[in-house]
Every structure is written in C-alpha cells, then in structure tokens.
Design a protein around this ligand. Structure first.
Ligand code: FRU
Length: 484
C-alpha cells in the first residue's frame, strides 16, 4: 500500500514531467544556479557534505508557482559545480507536517544523515501549529521520518521554525527562528545529548549589554557558527524599516558577531550587519565542509516580493538559489567569496584593457549571456559603470564613494536601485547567469545579489565613464551545469 508521503511524491514527479518542456523552454533558465524542476523554490535546507558528496535541499512547492505545503527538493554534487536533481527527500504527508515540511538543517551522526525540519500545521480554523521534526537516511537519497522531537515552548507564538543543529564539544545545539508573545523576533537555543530530548536554554540575544532594541516581529532561518575566532549568528529578520541605504528589501538577512557563552546560551554581540546589498537574497544557510571551510548558499528571492509579476511564472517555475560561497570573518566583518571550485566553470578567456574618458566602450568579444567577468579597477575619477544587456547596471561614483546596482523592475520596467557606501572599489567580480547577477566587490567585502530579466536577443555589455576610468577586464564563458 502506498503511503500519503509516497503518493505526494508521485504527484510531484508527474507534475514535473507534465511541465518539463514549458520549464525547459524558458530563456531565463539558469545555467549554473539551482532551480526548482517545476513550481516554486525558496530556502536552501540541509546543506551538508556527507561522505564526500555535497547535498543541498530546498523548500519546494511542486504544484504551483506560489507558496503552500512545502516538500524538500534535493540536489547533490561532488564538486559544488555540477549538480544532479534527486528524488524529493520529504513530502508533507504526516499529521505533524501536513501543511509543509518547512526549513531546517542536516547533520551527520552514527553514519547516518539526519534532517531536522519544522512541521507546519494549520488546524481547521487556520491556526498555525509548529513541530520540530527529525528524518534520517542511510544512503543520502531515501529518507525516513522519525516524527516530532520538540513542541512549542511557552512564551512564543507558533512562528517557531527552521531548526539549525550543530555539535560543540560533546553536546548538540539547535537554534530556532522565533517570535515571542510580545511579537518580537528572537533566536532560541536548545541543547541535547541524544538529539531526541532537547532542553530550552533561552533567547540567544538576551544579552544585557548590547540590546538590539526593537528589531522586527519575526526572525527566520537562524544559523550559529564559529569562524576565524568569532561566533556569528546569521538570521533573516522581518519587520525592519529602511534606514538610509540599509534594509531596502521587504525582508533582510544579516548577522551579529561576538562570543557565545555555551553555559548561559547568550551571545555577547555587536551591531547587526546586512549580509547582501542586492534585491534578492534571503534565508541563507551555512555548513562546514570536510576541508573545514564555512560554506554558504542562499535563496535568490525574498518572501512577499511581488511574486505574481515574476516573468518565469509563465514557464511554470520561480526562483533560484545563489552560487555557493566561502565565508571568512575579517576585521569585524563577514567576507563572502565564490567557492574556488567555480573556477572550473571557466571557458574561453577574453582579456581587454581599457582607459575611458567621458566615453563608452562595447566589444563584441565581451558580449554574452552567461559568464564570469572580473574587472580590476585601476582608477576612477567621476563615475564608472558596467551595463548588462541593457537591463542592469553597476555604477561606482568615486566622488560620492557610492556603489549602486540598478535594474529594470520586473513589476513595471521602471529603474530601481540598491546602494552601499564604498571608500574605494578595486575589484568587481560578476557571476552573470541568464537571469541573475551576483557581484563580489573587493574580494568579497560587499556582495550584491539580484535577478534581472533582459530581453532574449540582447547580449550587450557596455562600459562607461563620466570622468576617467582605467580598468582591466577578464571574461570567461560558462556552460550549463545543472541536470534536472
Ligand atoms: C523563509 C521561510 C521559513 C520557512 C519556509 C517555508 O523563507 O518562511 O521561515 O520555514 O520559508 O517555506
């Protein structure tokens, strides 16, 4: 007899087959970013290297390009470059996750891969319940659910989700994204010695010295890790108001760094810093791989951000993940760089050196749709810009010391922008896919992550100076790396 879970997976696979040609014929289809085979993708989940192989799961709604009862979709890779889609790992077929197998994490324990996730349940009146659940696998492909390990503690609303589990010395820890009864966002810490019984330690940010003050109504997808001498709490707060150039998207992602006292469960932390300056970046998750690198992958989307206008919806899919990045903590700041394996994607190198004075430059050999572009900036007086397919532009204004990413809005085509202050710009490294651009500035000091939807025929790349700009450009083409 087939179970409800098996039945749901069958339906998802059928939906994938039915819409395959529609999805695959989309000119906006990514060539090196993970996407849903059909339907909607949001957060990365369960990012882990297990027995040598990298696994990235993702929040997946196979039946429509909207949100709902999520599955965990699943990709694997041996090199962080070439990815293969696997059968769905979790489906929402049990009483404790019937309205969604929500976000969570993976660990390796006793030769097994264990997944921790949130079971989302809505009762007949639409009231939310949330359960922290566990599933296990011996082969990394087939997963067996083992039910609920943690109920909602007192003091919090049912917005209590996204368990991230790690080991410190001999004890397991779990952080959960939460909203307290005063409707303030929090991250809650638990500890366990056996992974089944969890005791509450309290709010990680209840530090007496440095209060965050009012800081949003819900914090999603927390992650807590030690990196280069500091403890870092990464999370996605909801409800921050724009402040200058900061917090411009509907919801944000950023981090607090400091020292976690494992006895009290409190993080003595500094101010919150936004992790990305672009239009689409949310709910990232990190893992420590077998080489000891701290790797991050994020969702290239933001909740409640005009999804109904996304151009890919007519091709029956929406959203992608970011490229995998390596993190470091330097001078009080998280530094993000594309993982070095991505250099293996490079093909047909083109180099150009230029010096522009109030002029623009377009070179046939630099045009394209899917490539990596490294721009070493030697000098800028006035401003310098790079325009991609007439649909997005990166501008550095040296007088204002302001770096700005502009694009044509996918809602109404008008120009919109995101900016951050930069004293100097020496390097811009662009990862350009058919419908996204990730820009790493000065070796990962700042990153702008955004989607863009240029017209199919336009392959132009334009460099412009108002004043003087000297720079060297290296471009490598990138071919397709995702197998669905
Ligand atoms: C973040 C989030 C998580 C939740 C998941 C549901 O984007 O809202 O908090 O677990 O998405 O898909």
């Amino acid at each position: 007899m087939t179970t409800r879970n098996e039945e749901l997976i069958q339906l998802a696979l059928e939906d994938m087959e039915v819409h395959r040609d529609t999805v695959m014929s989309d000119p906006h289809l990514p060539h090196f970013h993970l996407m849903p085979p059909v339907g909607l993708l949001n957060d990365p989940n369960g990012f882990i290297q297990w027995n040598g192989e990298y696994h990235v799961f993702f929040q997946w709604m196979p039946f429509k390009t909207g949100h709902g009862a999520k599955f965990w979709g699943h990709y694997t890779s041996n090199d962080l470059v070439n990815w293969t889609l696997r059968s769905p790992a979790l489906s929402p077929g049990d009483w404790f996750d019937k309205d969604g197998c929500y976000s969570g994490s993976a660990i390796c324990h006793d030769d097994k891969m264990l997944l921790f996730y949130t079971g989302n349940v809505k009762d007949e009146n639409g009231n939310r319940e949330s359960y922290q659940c566990i599933a296990e696998s011996s082969d990394g492909i087939h997963f067996k659910k083992n039910g609920v390990v943690l109920d909602l503690p007192e003091g919090y609303t049912a917005h209590f989700r996204d368990p991230k589990v790690w080991k410190h010395e001999d004890t397991w820890y779990m952080v959960i994204g939460a909203q307290n009864n005063k409707e303030e966002g929090r991250v809650v810490l638990f500890e366990s010695t056996d992974l089944r019984n969890w005791s509450l330690k309290g709010d990680v940010t209840a530090s007496k010295h440095k209060k965050l003050g009012e800081f949003g109504f819900m914090w999603e997808c927390p992650d807590l890790f030690h990196l280069d001498g500091s403890d870092v709490l990464l999370f996605s707060p909801q409800g921050l108001k724009p402040e200058g150039y900061a917090y411009q998207n509907v919801y944000q992602t950023g981090y607090l760094s400091g020292k976690l006292d494992y006895k009290t469960g409190r993080l003595d932390h500094d101010a919150f810093t936004e992790l990305d300056r672009g239009f689409e970046f949310y709910a990232p998750q990190t893992t420590e791989d077998e080489e000891g690198r701290r790797l991050l992958i994020g969702w290239m989307g933001v909740p409640e951000q005009d999804e109904e206008h996304h151009p890919t919806r007519k091709h029956k899919w929406i959203h992608t993940l970011t490229i995998p990045r390596e993190l470091h903590y330097r001078d009080g700041k998280l530094i993000q760089l594309p993982v070095e394996e991505l250099n293996d994607m490079r093909q047909n190198k083109t180099e150009v050196e230029a010096s522009l004075y109030n002029e623009q430059m377009e070179r046939e050999e630099l045009n394209g749709k899917v490539y990596e572009l490294l721009v070493n900036v030697k000098e800028v007086k006035g401003s310098f810009s790079v325009t991609f397919r007439n649909a997005a532009e990166m501008v550095y204004d040296a007088d204002e010391k302001l770096l700005t990413f502009k694009r044509n809005s996918f809602v109404d085509g008008t120009e919109e922008s995101r900016s951050c202050k930069m004293d100097s710009v020496t390097q811009l490294r662009f990862y350009v896919d058919s419908s996204s651009i990730e820009v790493f500035i000065n070796g990962g000091e700042e990153v702008f992550t955004s989607r863009y939807f240029p017209s199919e025929e336009d392959e132009s790349l334009l460099f412009k100076s108002e004043g003087e700009a000297k720079f060297e450009v290296t471009k490598w083409n990138i071919k397709n790396h995702i197998t669905i």
